[in-house]
Ligand binder design. Structure first.
Ligand SMILES: Nc1nc2c(ncn2[C@@H]2O[C@@H]3COP(=O)(O)O[C@H]4[C@@H](O)[C@H](n5cnc6c(=O)[nH]c(N)nc65)O[C@@H]4COP(=O)(O)O[C@H]3[C@H]2O)c(=O)[nH]1
Length: 592
């Protein structure tokens, strides 16, 4: 026997016809050819191992000896199973391929990821094909195994698979892996009669963190959220990140699935409410969660995720920092919202939008002081869509920036047109939504509109709802001060609904306070001067004027309301009593 175990016994085995392992000279007996085969076998990087019919090793080439970790003479004559164990990719023991070939007489290949554990315990991932060896009469006399080490390639493949299925920032499974795990969980749960819950979570103030503190802080907040989510669920549940500030959690629940999903959602909201340490700062965050539960809300991954997303929208609409379960009627709403969003996107560039102007009057002189521009959308098939509906859609779907810009440009262009027609240079007020004001580009956009249209800044007024100002106070105040410094006038809209304190009001760089129309409504037609509405209206007028602000009452509908406001020395008013908002041409012909 030489160093590689090429004994006479082996030469005998080589001389046997091989049906599947090779087609070279090994199959052909003759003195010159085995020598050539031997040369080939010795120089091959593939490992080759032959056994006789019971599985005792009769030949190993140098590559096989190296891979199995032993001198060939120690390997020859040993049962093949004593040299190594083979495990599946899940690391379960599997039948040795040589033994499988000898049992069935059929050639075989091991599945990808098969691990070969050699006698000293070291492991390799191998690719292998094994085939029977037959004698001239076709009888099974042994088996041959050709295999090689693919550990490196396998690890690269595993790494690539990991990267393709995990979020790089939080290391959580991504959408693709969540889909596949959810599909798997649903199949398992259906067999056991268990439920699967999908929790779709979205942070309520993430954009503000990103905008005000930068992306690095945003990333750290997401990492902190991911860690808290992991702590709230069992190891068998899946927490995934869908991108941005959206996370999806899959819970497998034995019984009372909906109840348990609600309990977990509550736990998550409490965990996320604990302040996060981000860089040197303490950040507060809250989340909204939509929940769907199988089988009631869907039996496949796509339906459950979609329905949880729909419920999430409802949770956000309910005031955020809360959770909502999916209900079938929600779908109709979601579809309508989606359609409206598409239609609004198209409307922005197609002339379906218009501004109507509601006049405002000085209550002492009766003179027109200006107008409030209110956006109108007439859709060819949907008809008139109320602004309260489509502005919320624009905010939710990221269209509010474009819509607000359009409104300001149209209002400024109209002021220029009226001025050219020789009309009085009254001011025009436009509404600014919370989200617009928080956008980084807001100030630059505003300045550009003023410069491009040539409108004097003092003629434009921005109406900002009180609630918007209360949130994110310092940043909002600084931004408003800069806008005020440009010369643009500012008004607090819907005043009285946001619980502003007096000292806060004093800090606000606004010229005008608009009393919310709900208080005007409460004045009552009977002019109850001691009613709640009257008390508030009197207080706002007195307080506002003492701070040098101009007070405008909105939503005046009745003579009695107007009389009361005049008696309280309110500065200005607008409302249906004077006129509803009118198309530009009509406004000009009435008040020009
Ligand atoms: N009951 C009653 N209502 C009166 C009376 N006088 C005026 N109104 C209505 O009250 C709303 C006043 O506007 P808002 O408080 O800023 O409330 C506005 C504002 O928050 C928003 N909005 C309208 N246009 C725009 C816009 O261009 N941009 C933004 N961001 N929001 C807008 O939509 C809301 C609703 O707008 P509209 O439907 O046009 O409704 C307008 C107006 O038509 C009255 O005497 N009685």
């Amino acid at each position: 026997m030489d160093e590689y175990g090429t004994t006479g016994q082996h030469r005998e085995a080589q001389a046997l016809p091989l049906t599947a392992a090779a087609t070279d000279g090994l199959a052909t007996p003759g003195p010159a050819v085995p020598q050539f085969s031997d040369l080939v076998l010795r120089s091959m990087t593939d490992a080759v191992l032959c056994t006789e019919v019971r599985g005792v090793v009769t030949y190993v080439n140098p590559a096989a000896a190296a891979l199995l970790g032993g001198a060939p003479d120690r390997l020859i004559g040993t049962d093949v199973e004593a040299l190594s164990t083979l495990l599946t990719s899940a690391l379960d023991p599997m039948i040795h391929p040589i033994k499988a070939v000898l049992a069935t007489g059929e050639a075989t290949r091991v599945p990808p990821g098969t691990v070969l554990v050699r006698a000293d315990g070291s492991e390799f991932v191998i690719e292998d094909c094994s085939a029977p060896v037959l004698d001239a009469a076709g009888a099974l006399v042994g088996a041959v195994m050709v295999f090689h080490d693919v550990t490196q390639a396998h690890q690269t493949m595993l790494q690539m698979t990991y990267q393709a299925t995990h979020d790089f920032l939080t290391d959580l499974p991504n959408r693709a892996l969540l889909d596949s795990r959810l599909t798997h969980e649903l199949a398992q749960a259906a067999r056991r009669g268990a439920g699967v819950a999908v929790l779709y979570l979205d942070l309520d103030n993430f954009k503000q963190v990103n905008d005000s503190l930068g992306h690095r802080a945003g990333d750290q907040l997401l990492e902190s959220v991911a860690a808290r989510l992991r702590e709230c669920v069992r190891r068998t549940d899946t927490v995934s990140r869908f991108g941005g500030d959206e996370f999806v959690v899959v819970l497998t629940l034995a019984d009372n699935a909906a109840h348990m999903a609600g309990v977990t959602a509550g736990k998550i909201l409490s965990a996320l409410a604990v302040p996060h340490q981000v860089g040197g700062e303490v950040l507060h965050t809250a989340a909204s969660i939509g929940i769907s539960v199988s089988p009631e809300d869907g039996s496949d991954a796509e339906a459950l995720v979609k329905n949880a997303d729909t419920a999430l929208y409802l949770a956000k609409a309910a005031g955020k920092n809360t959770f909502r379960f999916f209900e079938p009627h929600m779908n109709v709403d979601a579809v309508q919202r989606q359609q409206l969003q598409n239609a609004l996107r198209a409307a922005l560039g197609s002339g379906q939008l218009a501004l109507h102007y509601q006049p405002k009057f000085d209550l002492r002189s009766g003179q027109l002081t200006g107008s409030e521009a209110l956006v109108r959308w007439h859709h060819p098939t949907l008809g008139h869509v109320p602004p309260a509906r489509f502005i919320a859609i624009a905010e939710d779907f990221g269209l509010i920036g474009a819509l607000g810009r359009w409104v300001r440009e149209a209002a400024c262009a109209q002021m220029v047109a009226w001025q050219r027609q020789g009309r009085a240079a009254a001011h025009t007020a436009v509404n600014v939504s919370a989200q617009e004001l928080h956008q980084n580009s807001f100030e630059a956009d505003l300045l550009r509109t003023l410069q491009e249209t040539g409108v004097a800044p003092e003629r434009l007024q921005l109406e900002i709802t009180e609630g918007v100002l209360l949130r994110d106070t310092d940043a909002a105040l600084a931004k408003l001060s800069r806008i005020r410094d440009m010369g643009v006038r500012l008004a607090i809209d819907d005043f009285g609904t946001g619980y502003s304190s007096l000292s806060y009001l004093r800090r606000l760089p606004v010229d005008t306070i608009k009393i919310d129309q709900s208080f005007i409504r409460e004045l009552g037609r009977d002019n109850d001067i001691d009613g709640a509405g009257a008390v508030i209206v009197r207080a706002v007028i007195g307080m506002g004027q003492s701070m040098g602000r101009r007070i405008v009452a909105e939503g005046v509908e009745a003579q009695a309301e107007l009389d009361f406001l005049r008696r309280q020395d309110c500065d200005e008013a607008q409302g249906y009593w004077f006129s509803a908002a009118l198309p530009a041409a009509e406004f000009a012909s009435r008040y020009g």
